[in-house]
Design a binder for this molecule. Structure first.
Ligand code: PMV
Length: 327
């Protein structure tokens, strides 16, 4: 799609990592130490419009109607698009998050994937999805995965060219739901960028983490190919706890957990001991995502709602790849 009016609009869905990305070798290019694997979700997405305009005197970013002061990450994406297209003007980026405020999802993955697709379209660039993934990665690592739907692996690579995500193809496992439990919507004190840097540079366990991820990636892909939900859940849960143990073992130590986070962990363990199979995973924040299949969905939803209130729980399933909208 070439854009006659220097404008492009795209939608991207958020994703939850089952094998986490936690640490950058190169923060300028967002090159990770390890691969990672996620599930794109259907419910939560960002819609972004990008307009290159010669009358602008700087790049402008407006999120949910609020002009943003910090445009550094957006600039990394826009600068690359200008470099590829030869466009010299600044851009206005208008972004709307369709993530229920109760869901407690970080929106950077969907935001930068949508921005990458919208700005490439606005510039008249015809990028492959691999190149869109590389472009989104410059804004936020997890965004490289939100270019695609379903289960997605981000190959760490060794340079800008070789670090991108792709959708897993031989997946048999399709019966999976994610129940997001919102513990707090407050902005986190340690950003994911700062948290990664501290973990990779000060946790004595960081070298072991890299080995863990390599094994988890192999095993979770096996679980996806053989429709083994139990294996997938066990790997996702242990991988999340090992990521969070890097924060606890950093200097100075920190944690994203809050008391409510531990309550969900305990409830999931309790449900499991009563034969209701479900697993939890947690990103760089206090909110918990519970993985469950259709046979146990209602039981887990009811248990979570009783303890945390129905308004704190939102339900999602596998979601689609990015979509370009007509202007
Ligand atoms: O893409 P970032 O910089 O927001 O980092 C994401 C980090 C985690 O969500 C904790 C893990 C992941 O792989 O998404």
């Amino acid at each position: 799609t070439t854009s006659a009016n220097n404008q492009g609009t795209a939608i991207a869905h958020t994703n939850i990592a089952l094998v986490k990305y936690w640490g950058k070798i190169d923060s300028e290019l967002t090159l990770p130490y390890t691969g990672s694997l996620s599930l794109t979700l259907d419910k939560f997405y960002t819609e972004t419009k990008v307009t290159f305009n010669e009358e602008l005197s700087a790049d402008k970013l407006v999120v949910d109607g609020i002009p943003q002061d910090n445009v550094n990450k957006a600039k990394k994406v826009l600068n690359r698009v200008r470099q590829l297209s030869g466009i010299e003007s600044f851009a206005k980026v208008e972004s709307a998050n369709f993530v229920p405020t109760s869901a407690g999802f970080a929106s950077s993955a969907s935001a930068f994937a949508a921005m990458a697709a919208a700005s490439a379209s606005a510039a008249g660039l015809q990028l492959s999805s691999k190149d869109l993934s590389r472009l989104a990665r410059l804004g936020s690592g997890s965004a490289s995965r939100s270019v695609f739907g379903g289960f997605v692996e981000w190959l760490p690579g060794t340079d800008d060219e070789s670090s991108y995500a792709y959708p897993l193809e031989d997946v048999v496992l399709t019966d999976i739901f994610v129940l997001a439990v919102n513990i707090s919507s407050k902005k986190k004190q340690v950003s994911s960028g700062e948290g990664m840097k501290r973990s990779a540079s000060t946790s004595p366990y960081y070298a072991d983490w890299q080995k863990v991820v390599a094994e988890d990636l192999i095993n979770i892909k096996h679980a996806l190919k053989t429709d083994d939900f139990s294996l997938l859940g066990q790997i996702a849960e242990a991988n999340a706890m090992r990521m969070h143990s890097l924060t606890l073992s950093s200097l100075p130590p920190f944690t994203y957990f809050e008391p409510g986070t531990l309550k969900v962990i305990k409830l999931v363990q309790d449900l499991r001991s009563h034969g209701v199979e479900c697993y939890y995973t947690i990103d760089a924040g206090p909110n918990v995502k519970v993985l469950v299949q259709s046979n146990n969905l209602e039981a887990v939803k009811t248990a979570l709602s009783e303890q945390f209130g129905a308004t704190k729980i939102s339900e999602a399933k596998p979601g689609p790849e990015i979509e370009l909208l007509d202007n």
